[in-house]
Design a protein around this ligand. Structure first.
Ligand code: FMN
Length: 182
């Protein structure tokens, strides 16, 4: 059975739905009912800053709190979906912090993170002012997926801006309908 984990990286205030989430909800509406969906808003989780212990302690204790929630959700997913605005041509900070913690999870005794990630699919649903400006971020995500032998899917992009702006991007909304079927 497929288990989709949607990680929303918007930094909009609680109660405000971003364009990336709006586009992702359109795409998720076409998922089969049997596919599990879990949605987490990264900015609402208490994620500590990543500390590089690779060449001192060399390993990390099992995470606790929201970090544990995220690790467990990541391991349980068959499909990770990055719901990601473009910030400064790049990865938004909540998602970047999450990715940095992958470097810790690779070194938690008893968690074979690299083996567990291999073969999971990585999907990206993004909005920004222009598609061209999103490319460096897409390339980063693709390289992260390749590093862990994940299957990287061609991203879905829509034109964002103020909340609701993506609803005017009819091409993106149409592409969303068949995104997960592709
Ligand atoms: C800090 C910040 C940086 C941004 N940088 C870019 C950028 O480099 N290129 C771009 O096209 N849009 C940029 N944008 C616009 C957002 O990508 C766009 O509004 C997006 O739809 C926001 O996603 P959301 O509605 O899901 O939060 C930026 C917005 C913010 C807040």
């Amino acid at each position: 059975m497929s288990r989709f984990l949607f990680l929303d990286a918007t930094t909009r205030e609680p109660g405000h739905t971003g364009n990336s989430e709006t586009l992702a909800r359109h795409a998720a509406a076409s998922l089969p009912a049997a596919a599990e969906q879990r949605w987490l808003k990264l900015a609402e989780l208490d994620l500590p800053p990543f500390v590089d212990l690779r060449h001192t302690a060399g390993s990390y204790p099992p995470p606790t709190g929201d970090l544990k929630t995220l690790l467990d959700a990541t391991l349980a997913a068959t499909d990770l979906v990055f719901v990601s605005p473009v910030y400064w041509f790049s990865v938004p900070s909540p998602l970047k912090t999450y990715l940095d913690h992958w470097s810790a999870w690779l070194r938690v005794p008893g968690v074979d993170f690299k083996a567990a990630m291999a073969g999971k699919r990585l999907w990206v649903i993004a909005t920004s002012g222009s598609r061209e400006k999103a490319q460096p971020m897409f390339d980063s995500y693709r390289l992260c997926a390749e590093f862990l032998a994940m299957e990287f899917r061609p991203p879905l992009w829509g034109k964002g801006g103020a909340p609701g702006a993506v609803l005017a991007d009819t091409e993106a909304l149409a592409a969303a309908q068949s995104f997960f079927a592709a």
